[in-house]
Design a protein around this ligand. Structure first.
Ligand SMILES: Nc1ncnc2c1ncn2[C@@H]1O[C@H](COP(=O)(O)OP(=O)(O)OP(=O)(O)O)[C@@H](O)[C@H]1O
Length: 332
């Protein structure tokens, strides 16, 4: 991966230091009777990396969707560089906000380069007739787009795979390609939804470097992630959502030291805490799994390799289904 930001220069939509790039106020999103996000305020300034964390179902992705025009908030307002966001995702992208998705959304049968070129369409001014007639303006614009797309692939470390089909890339590289495609729209704010999900520790570390390099290009970043180490290493500020509401916001030390965050993620729940119910369910599943293992051990005189492998594969937490998927192991 290339992280030499001097080679990449400054992003076209970079903002002067100290400016508020994103200003979300009182964002509420209801789905029928369910309030997924309730009155959330959040700002992201230029040069900042802000983290958004919270247990499963806390409303993080819904909040992201409210920032990108996928959802129109039931209440509240979102401003990007002072202007209220348009209620359509392609207009939000054109305004300068790009995102990646929790579930990778690439064009699997297109090449790596073509995927990045798709991301550039909001930045090319050539119209329909220019494309049909393929005049000099079109060829010039196309060449410029390809050059920029290759620069971005070089930046994320995928230049040598430009001609590969996206579906043939390993999982970690598909995530990088998603980031390159998002950068192709030349954003001033990049929203990353679980960028390290499914990655091994080395890939996670490389992603951390990549995000710092993007920040150094002048792009503000808001990131959702369940990997706490990644978040606290990376972010200038972290906001915690629990049951749709912002529980706390602050620097890494403040958030890590907050007893409600510790209860929701790391330790014992305390009465009335919004994460208490979930933590209690996990504790119950752990107790159940421990009981089952103890019973198995007493009914068998000799342990076998199969027993050990099964215990390891199912995990000591008794996690199944979604909870056992990569990237979900830090949901506590
Ligand atoms: N389109 C929708 N219609 C109805 N309910 C929804 C919709 N999208 C999300 N929800 C609900 O809103 C709540 C918040 O979901 P959301 O996906 O935003 O949480 P999250 O914090 O991103 O969770 P995770 O960490 O598991 O991705 C959940 O109860 C979810 O079931």
């Amino acid at each position: 991966m290339t992280t030499d930001t001097t080679a990449q220069g400054t992003a076209p939509d970079a903002t002067a230091p100290g400016t508020t790039v994103l200003d979300a106020r009182g964002v509420t999103m209801r789905f029928g009777g369910l309030t997924a996000v309730r009155g959330v305020d959040l700002t992201v300034g230029s040069g900042e990396i802000v983290g958004l964390i919270g247990p499963n179902g806390a409303g993080k992705t819904t909040f992201f969707n409210c920032l990108t025009g996928l959802y129109v908030p039931t209440e509240g307002e979102v401003r990007y560089k002072g202007a209220v966001l348009p209620p359509k995702s392609f207009k939000v992208t054109a305004a300068g906000i790009a995102r990646t998705f929790q579930n990778i959304r690439l064009f699997a049968n297109m090449t790596v380069l073509e995927n990045v070129l798709v991301g550039r369409h909001t930045r090319t001014k050539e119209g329909f007739w220019s494309a049909v007639l393929r005049g000099p303006g079109f060829h010039k614009a196309e060449a410029a787009s390809r050059t920029r797309a290759m620069e971005l692939l070089d930046f994320v470390g995928l230049a040598d795979k430009a001609d590969h089909l996206a579906r043939n890339l390993p999982y970690g590289e598909q995530r990088k390609l998603e980031i390159a495609r998002a950068l192709a729209s030349e954003p001033g704010l990049l929203l990353l939804d679980e960028p390290t999900a499914g990655m091994n520790p080395q890939e996670t570390r490389a992603t951390e470097e990549l995000v710092f390099a993007i920040r150094d290009m002048g792009i503000a970043i808001l990131v959702i992630e369940h990997d706490m180490r990644f978040i606290f290493n990376l972010c200038d500020r972290v906001a915690v959502l629990v049951q749709g509401e912002k529980l706390i916001e602050g620097d890494s030390a403040t958030v890590q030291g907050d007893e409600r965050v510790i209860a929701a993620y790391l330790g014992e729940p305390f009465e009335g805490d919004p994460g208490a119910e979930e933590a209690a369910e996990v504790a119950q599943a752990e107790a159940h799994a421990a009981g089952t293992r103890a019973e198995t051990a007493t009914t068998k005189d000799t342990g076998t390799a199969t027993d050990t492998a099964t215990d390891t594969a199912t995990g000591s937490t008794g996690a199944t289904g979604d909870d056992a998927t990569p990237g979900k192991e830090n949901h506590r």
